[in-house]
Ligand binder design. Structure first.
Ligand code: BGC
Length: 467
């Protein structure tokens, strides 16, 4: 748990009452993460059947998988200003409606065009929610438990992926991809109904000058509401707003770190596994679609379990060790995967080695780049630019995701299976160096201390943390 007890320069004790009030709100908002995971993960199983039903080429297949990502880039772009204008809660409600409507469209689509349009619609909702949900959670959370609550969103993403794999598996025998897509209506309805009962973000209300409503929301969330209100007001008054601030020299390094992590989180290849795992197992000689989907389910479970491990370690071991160890594990397993695919005639034993390497790779992502990227971008920016800076990093994350997804199958055709995984491995080495050189340790530091770290004469990411 983050020990941000000195937020805004003063001690803010988080009582049990605060925690009891905010955890359910964070859980409801994290259902958006569940939809993010479900709607991105479901394609891995559905694509096996879409491929035959619609006679897709490699490019066509990439197009179907990528359509959701195109929408997500656009959704992340619009998300920042819309969430500032209409509020975080309203944006999550609208996203839930779009999630539900698009799930129905993709389930009943008569043709490929409408399917792609529906997937782009889902992408719009994912793109804006992927950024608005952590933002909303971070704004309602007591400072002391913000780290854990924000990471709950990544846990929801990984759980959503597992639910998608499970649903894919259940419908694999009948090849019913329509049911796979339609299932998302259930979590969308839960998010929609749940968010209707949630409070608006008091910080957003204050930033819009809606003081009376903000006071009420604060009272619901915090026992010492008056104090919180005064602190947020002082914080808002002490800093100028404006687009220029985002590009100020003081923030440049913070932006480079956020955008760099956003891109590296993707171009080390995680979603080639998340979206194409059954396809990769088919390449490795597992020819039953049901078995391939079941093996993928195992990969998803490892992702969830290791995310829980990460949440427990993140405030004890720190962000940097998790990132460095996780990225090193990814590099080693990518090396092994590349090696296996360089051998001809992958037989039974080699198929198991492929599965083992994939497990290690996903486990390594789940303790490092997976949760730590989303947590760090909610920590390293000052409150006044946090929304826009998070939105920018999120856009880059989805754009990089799109790039990898669009090129993966073509890369395999062009460079070969083994070399493709080795390319991701080499990028992983670059990622490790980037983290080692530039990413600061934020464990146990107040948000102000992190903020001051960027403006210090010489930024020293490895500096020992002060508690
Ligand atoms: C990433 C997603 C990825 C997921 C896998 C998230 O942090 O942003 O692209 O699919 O983790 O667990």
């Amino acid at each position: 748990m983050n020990n941000h007890t000195q937020e805004h320069g003063t001690t803010v004790p988080s009582s049990r009452a605060n925690i009891r009030a905010t955890i359910p709100i964070a859980i409801v908002a994290a259902v958006a993460g569940l939809l993010f995971g479900y709607d991105t993960g479901v394609i891995s199983g559905a694509i096996l059947f879409l491929k035959t039903d619609f006679h897709l080429s490699a490019t066509g297949e990439e197009f179907v998988v990528a359509s959701v990502l195109v929408g997500a880039v656009l959704g992340a772009m619009a998300g920042g200003s819309l969430a500032d204008r209409f509020g975080r809660r309203k944006m999550l409600i609208v996203a839930a409606m779009v999630f539900a409507a698009a799930a129905i469209v993709t389930a009943i689509t008569p043709n490929m065009g409408i399917l792609i349009a529906g997937r782009i619609g889902i992408g719009l909702a994912i793109g804006s929610a992927s950024f608005t949900a952590p933002l909303y959670i971070s704004e309602i959370a007591p400072a002391r438990i913000r780290g854990a609550l924000v990471s709950l969103n990544q846990l929801a993403i990984t759980s959503g992926i597992v639910v998608a794999y499970l649903v894919d598996f259940l419908f694999a025998k009948s090849g019913d991809w329509r049911a796979m897509f339609g299932f998302a209506v259930i979590p969308a309805a839960i998010l929609l109904i749940g968010m209707l009962f949630m409070p608006k973000s008091p910080r957003w209300l204050m930033s819009r000058g809606l003081q009376e409503e903000a006071d009420k929301a604060m009272e619901r969330l915090h026992e010492n509401a008056d104090k919180e209100v005064t602190e947020v007001a002082q914080d808002l008054a002490s800093k100028p707003t404006g687009i220029v601030k985002l590009w100020s020299p003081v923030l440049r390094l913070a932006l480079i770190v956020g955008i760099g992590l956003a891109i590296f989180q993707q171009i080390t290849g995680i979603n080639t596994i998340i979206y194409y795992a059954p396809t990769i197992f088919e390449m490795a000689g597992i020819h039953s679609a049901a078995v391939a989907i079941l093996a993928t389910f195992g990969v998803g479970i490892v992702n969830v379990v290791m995310t829980i491990v990460a949440i427990r370690l993140i405030d004890k071991a720190g962000r940097r060790p998790l990132l460095l160890i996780g990225t090193a594990g990814m590099v080693i397993s990518l090396g092994a995967l590349g090696l296996v695919f360089h051998l001809h005639n992958i037989s039974g034993a080699l198929a198991w080695i492929t599965l083992g390497s994939l497990m290690v790779y996903v486990a390594s992502f789940a303790i490092g780049l997976g949760p730590v990227f989303w947590l760090l971008i909610s920590e390293i920016y000052p409150l006044i630019v946090r929304g826009r800076a998070m939105s920018l990093a999120t856009i880059m994350n989805w754009a990089a995701n799109l790039l990898v997804t669009l090129t993966f199958l073509s890369l395999i055709q062009w460079a070969g299976r083994g070399n493709t995984f080795w390319i991701y491995g080499v990028i992983g080495i670059g990622t490790w160096v980037f983290i080692y050189k530039l990413v600061p340790e934020t464990k146990g530091r107040s948000l102000e201390s992190i903020e001051q770290g960027w403006s210090g004469a010489k930024h020293s990411p490895q500096e020992p943390t002060s508690s």
